[in-house]
Design a protein around this ligand. Sequence first.
Ligand code: GRF
Length: 190
Amino acid sequence: MTRVAIFASGNGSNAENIIQYFRHSPQISFELILCNHPKATVLERADRLQIPTRIFNRQEFYHGNEILQLLQNKSIDLIILAGFMWLIPSNIITAFPQKIINIHPALLPKYGGKGMYGDFVHQAVSRAGETSTGITIHYVNENYDEGGIIFQKSINIEKGEQPLSIAKKIHALEYQYFPVVIEQLIKEKK
Ligand code: GRF
């Protein structure tokens, strides 16, 4: 059994999609959703899905050990970042080597780094006149969007395609591939 914690800051549609994908799986249990935003929609999803939540602030996350201890007390094996906006502090990175993964809505190393999240990514891709973009699933280190790449999938877009349209295509890709890649990763780690 792989015990999973999900970090999410906002809507949480990927978090829900992942949980739904595995809902009949005996191999994986979702122990906790951690969130830095008390009004985030992901918390409503967590309630509906009956997954315990923990809301935290900057002080607790960056200057305390409580979140790390919570993850350890719950014997978490895998941490999934699904739309989580803050850098993971080094105490958690060190305690979970190659056990924290993130999804980024572009083909890293392009369109990554600080400030490159959500619609800002799709706006930059559209403005640059790219004819393809995609998703990247990668391990997490102390820097934004820099850990080893696990999986990428690209799609074609029209030159100058609008950010909203790109966002829709990217979300569809995320829903299709993120759970499958997690499943594969869990198999490999056994
Ligand atoms: C996704 O596009 C993901 O790639 C990025 O943040 C977004 C989260 O969307 N890291 P949601 O909260 O899962 O709907």
